[in-house]
Structure formats: structure tokens, C-alpha cells
Design a protein around this ligand. Sequence first.
Ligand code: HEM
Length: 133
Amino acid sequence: MNDSISDYDRLGGDAAFEPLLRDFYFTRLAASPLASLFPPDLDETYRKQLAFQRMYWGGRDDYTPWRGHPRMRARHLPFPIDPAAAATWMACMSAAVIDSAIPPEWREPFLARLNLIAQAMINQHAPPASPLG
Ligand code: HEM
């Protein structure tokens, strides 16, 4: 494998990520129950996510100079994120990936890695079921 090619390029680069993340925020997430957590105008959120993903997958890093260290879990603490919220986020992303230019062979590993991050963002847990039934 050619090491000069980043995972970001393998996943399709800006040509794949820009439409993917537009679809994710403006079509899927905006119509989901998560929309109320986000600012009404999702344009800046989209631009943060695009810069984050480009950096995260080894492409150009415009994120850190702009936003500082990602500190993803800390940045998500102000928002109540339970397992259902993480599942909804992933459902929006999975649907967007199906309609995207991400190469088919990379879709599963891409979503699996995002799911690890999504699970780590969970900061609200339902109490365990009562042992008394
Ligand atoms: C688990 C479900 C998730 C929920 C409910 C959620 C929710 C949010 C909310 C409400 C914001 C603030 C919007 C804004 O700053 O414009 C945000 C910001 C952000 N989220 Fe998430 N998020 C989730 C998962 C993820 C995952 C999996 C990633 C990365 C793959 C991610 C990456 C980001 C980034 C990069 C920002 C912008 C941070 C910054 O201020 O620079 N989020 N998220």
C-alpha cells in the first residue's frame, strides 16, 4: 500500500466527505430527534465536522488551528447523549454513507470507527433494570 496516500484520500477525500457530511447534517440529522441539540443553522457545525474528519483520517489539519485540541468527550459533555442518541447519530451517518462516494470496501471500517467515537460520547445512562422485575 502506498503510504503517501492518507486514509482521508482512500475514503474519497473532499469529493466524498463534503456531500456525505452535507447529507448527514442538512438532510438526516436536521430531520432527526437530535436536531434540537444543535444550532438551527448547521453550516458551522458542518464545517467543524468536515475539518475534524479531514484531520482525523490523516488529511490536512485545519481543525486544530481553528478549534484547538479536539477534546471530543469534553466538548460533548454539555449535551445529554444517551445510548439512543448515539444510535440515532449512527443511523443518520449510516444512511448518508449508503448514498455517498465512500468506496464500498471502506464503508464498514469507516462506520465502525465512528461508532467507537459515538459510544465514547455517551454521557447519560439509563438506570439498570430492576432485579425485582
Ligand atoms: C453520539 C452522538 C452525538 C451527538 C448527540 C453529538 C452532538 C453534538 C453537538 C450537539 C455538537 C455541538 C454543535 C456545534 O458545535 O456546532 C457537536 C459537535 C461536534 N461533534 Fe458531535 N455528537 C455526537 C457524536 C459525534 C461523533 C461520533 C463525532 C466524530 C466522529 C462528533 C464530532 C463532533 C465535532 C467535530 C463537533 C464540533 C466540535 C467543535 O466545537 O470544534 N460527534 N456534537
